[in-house]
Design a binder for this molecule. Structure first.
Ligand code: SF4
Ligand code: SF4
Length: 294
């Protein structure tokens, strides 16, 4: 009994450490982007902070690189406000996604983070009903809306040569709400998403984010996958309950769902109560266990 509680406390300490690590990374990127946005505004008033880049958020947005691809190929130029840095970041995020899936969404994107933080308040309000309020039959269809958004943003940027998505982009609105650069549509969507985040975890990521849609495709062929060992799983469903994107981990061998954001909450490091049962790995866990036993 004493041994079991020692093991459990060791596991919960590890789980806390893993969750804290992600939180620290999220806070770091949130603060960094906020600083860049504030510095850009100061720069326009001639008071920029030395050392810091005076780039606008558009210039360092990897999705800006994605919507600029057509113009870059056909005319060799970037869409207005987009910078070569967007292209470089786009390739870095793609390379990361090839190995680990959409870690950008789960660890870096400040707009994903703020939805998650609003969700913490929502969990207190809705308790067990939090993140389970939209009936499954509607939810599973609504999740494909973000691919429509992706197609629309890429197509419209290509034909107009302007950042059409910027006018409704809640991420841009969040970090520029005090400036005249933000369209009213962006502010309305920002408010709606933050309010909805109290009831649904990461609603913008689930239903509307075009960049998340694109990165989600990498879940089909990423090298390191979240894998479940079917022979040690006790079917407690703790992994399903922990998943912010409502992915049924407990019935998956390897998670290939287009909405996984690589947050790793479902793993044995964090929520799964059985050691080595949900892991981020390249090889089937059953094979690893057989190799260890032989
Ligand atoms: S499946 Fe696991 S890693 Fe993927 S989003 Fe859900 S909890 Fe996070
Ligand atoms: S939390 Fe672990 S043991 Fe429980 S259902 Fe998920 S994989 Fe199986």
């Amino acid at each position: 009994m004493a041994k079991t509680s020692k093991t459990n406390s060791g596991k919960s300490a590890r789980a806390r450490k893993a969750a804290n690590l992600r939180l620290i990374v999220q806070i770091f990127f949130f603060a960094l982007i906020a600083l860049v946005a504030v510095n850009h505004a100061l720069e326009e008033a001639g008071k920029a902070i030395p050392v810091l880049s005076s780039a606008s958020l558009h210039a360092i947005c990897p999705f800006g690189g994605v919507v600029s691809v057509y113009q870059f190929i056909t005319a060799g130029t970037f869409v207005r406000k987009i910078h070569s840095a967007s292209f470089i970041l786009m390739w870095i995020v793609f390379a990361l996604a090839l190995f680990l899936g959409p870690v950008f969404c789960g660890w870096v994107c400040p707009f994903g983070s703020i939805q998650e933080w609003f969700g913490k308040l929502g969990k207190k309000i809705f308790r067990r009903r939090y993140n389970r309020l939209i009936p499954y039959k509607y939810d599973r269809i609504l999740r494909y809306l973000r691919y429509l958004m992706l197609g629309w943003a890429v197509y419209m940027t290509a034909v107009t040569g302007t950042l059409v998505f910027a006018d409704i982009d809640p991420y841009f609105a969040l970090f520029n709400f005090w400036t005249s650069e933000v369209a009213i549509g962006g502010l309305i969507i920002l408010t709606a998403v933050l309010v909805l985040s109290l009831a649904v975890e990461r609603p913008f990521c689930k239903y509307a984010c075009p960049y998340g849609a694109l990165l989600g495709v990498f879940n089909l062929f990423r090298i390191f996958k979240v894998r479940r060992n079917t022979s040690t799983c006790i079917n407690c469903k703790a992994c399903d309950r922990s998943c912010p994107m409502n992915i049924p981990v407990s019935t998956s061998g390897a998670v290939r769902h287009h909405q996984c954001i690589s947050c790793l909450k479902c793993t044995s490091e964090q929520v799964c109560p059985v050691e080595n049962t949900v892991e981020l790995t390249t090889i089937k866990l059953e094979t690893l266990a057989e190799e260890a036993a032989s």
